[in-house]
Design a protein around this ligand. Structure first.
Ligand code: PFF
Length: 450
């Protein structure tokens, strides 16, 4: 298939290109940084189990629904709901998605900046510097409270995101993902071997794999569900936008299964890298956002060629974060291009700059503004919590209700089966999207209060 033929918004260059780009959106800081630390704070194995259930009964069906809406309409989320349900309030899902994308990218770019800073540190100093978790923790603490440094790397990260999105979808996004994904997997496998062979690693494996349900309550379940949405890039129309660049012959069901499996594989693998190491070096799994940034450098310091491994790892992580950040900005930008007729350049600069400015308070949340809290949360935590645990699940639930009950699963089936692909698990999907996914999200929301 030919890119850009007869479609001025652009199309993906190949089938694999789309799958890689959607995986590029899904795999990012959510898997490598956030999944280990929320798992560590919320009971290990039991959290992982609930997370996996959310992926299967909520994440997977909703991803297929988003892909279907995107390809059917060829539009951004707002335009898509407007086209399928003209003159109805369903378009609110699209607006909520644009808002969620804006919020997420604002704090995501801050952590993206941290990864760049660590890549720079690994390039310019000897890894043996991180001789113990205490030293690594102190370095991290000093770094995130160093306002000029944090802002510098935040600016670089957002600048790179803007630069790639300016080049359009397959010029920048697709190419970046093609090399990144396979390299990331190899790197994580090597790291896992190193972690598992450290002395005392088995306590970490135990924490990670054996469920302790005493830690589970309504808010932990909400966190696990929020994490599933965040990690799969669901609930804000990001994947509607990506699928809008798809040619009709794409097989949506296999793309969905592939992206879900790949994203989940990376998150689980990352747990196997982190937890054995956490216990082996004598740290606590409940450390929070600093977890990966303190544990990994200590592990690198104990590895042959650890300096090189650290450089490669943090560069890969920065690129994985970039490919997700790109998808967040793209969803916001596509809205302004399609709905207001802005050209790409204007939309990217205006939105990129606004998101950047809005992210500054998040960047300062660990230093200068750490005492400034709302509802007991820093700006950073608040942006993350509102977007990941409320806006995304709500957007996902409404998307499921829309596809299951308003637009109709028959219409969705027709779109999925365009060009002779048979939808083998169509009935099961119809049941999940109509009943199971929306009711599950609703229960989790209600359960939050008990
Ligand atoms: N899925 C990304 C990650 O795991 O890092 C984050 C993300 C990207 C969330 C795009 C939402 C989104 F629409």
């Amino acid at each position: 298939m030919k890119a850009d033929s007869g479609n001025k918004r652009g199309l993906w260059g190949s089938r694999l290109g789309f799958i890689l780009a959607a995986s590029g959106s899904a795999v990012g800081l959510g898997n490598v940084w956030k999944f280990p630390y929320v798992t560590g704070q919320n009971g290990g194995g039991a959290f992982v189990l609930i997370y996996l259930i959310c992926i299967a009964v909520v994440g997977l069906p909703i991803m297929l629904a988003e892909f279907t809406i995107g390809r059917r309409t060829g539009l951004n989320p707002v335009g898509a709901f407007r086209k399928l349900a003209p003159g109805t309030p369903w378009v609110a899902i699209g607006f909520m998605g644009v808002l969620a994308g804006f919020l997420i990218l604002s704090f995501y770019a801050v952590v993206g900046g941290w990864t760049l800073a660590y890549a720079a540190k690994a390039l310019t100093s000897n890894i043996s510097f991180f001789s113990s978790p205490d030293v690594a923790g102190e370095f991290f603490g000093n770094f995130i409270s160093d306002t000029p440094m944090v802002l510098f790397y935040h600016t670089v990260f957002m600048g790179l995101t803007i630069a790639i999105v300016l080049r359009g979808i397959h010029g920048g996004i697709e190419k970046a993902c093609n090399i990144l994904m396979p390299t990331l997997v190899i790197m994580l496998l090597l790291l896992m071997i190193r972690s598992l062979t450290l002395e005392g690693a088995m306590a970490g494996v135990d924490f990670y794999l054996s469920p302790d349900f005493s830690k589970i309550n309504g808010s932990v379940i909400l966190l696990a569900m929020g994490q599933a949405f965040f990690s799969l890039s669901l609930g804000m129309g990001c994947l509607i936008t990506y699928a809008s660049y798809l040619p009709p012959e794409e097989n949506l069901t296999s793309a969905t299964v592939y992206v879900v499996l790949f994203d989940t594989f990376i998150a689980l693998l990352m747990g196997m890298v982190i937890f054995p190491a956490v216990f082996a070096v004598g740290m606590q799994p409940t450390e929070g956002p600093s977890l990966v940034f303190t544990v990994l450098p200590t592990v690198f310091a104990k590895m042959p060629m650890g300096g090189l491994a650290a450089i490669v790892f943090f560069i890969l992580l920065a690129i994985a974060a970039l490919t997700s950040a790109i998808s967040l900005l793209e969803a916001v930008v596509a809205f302004f291009i399609d709905q207001f007729g802005w050209d790409r350049k204007k939309a990217v600069w205006a939105m990129g700059a606004s998101i950047y400015l809005f992210g500054i308070p998040s960047g300062l949340s660990f230093g200068l503004w750490s005492d400034f809290t709302l509802f007991g949360k820093t700006f950073f935590d608040l942006a993350d919590n509102i977007a990941s645990n409320y806006l995304l699940p709500l957007g996902g639930m409404l998307t499921a209700v829309f596809v299951g009950w308003w637009w109709g699963t028959d219409q969705a089936h027709k779109e999925i089966e365009r060009h002779e692909t048979t939808f083998h698990w169509g009935k099961a999907w119809g049941f999940l999207i109509k009943y199971v996914s929306p009711i599950a999200v609703l229960f989790v929301f209600l359960g939050r209060f008990f």
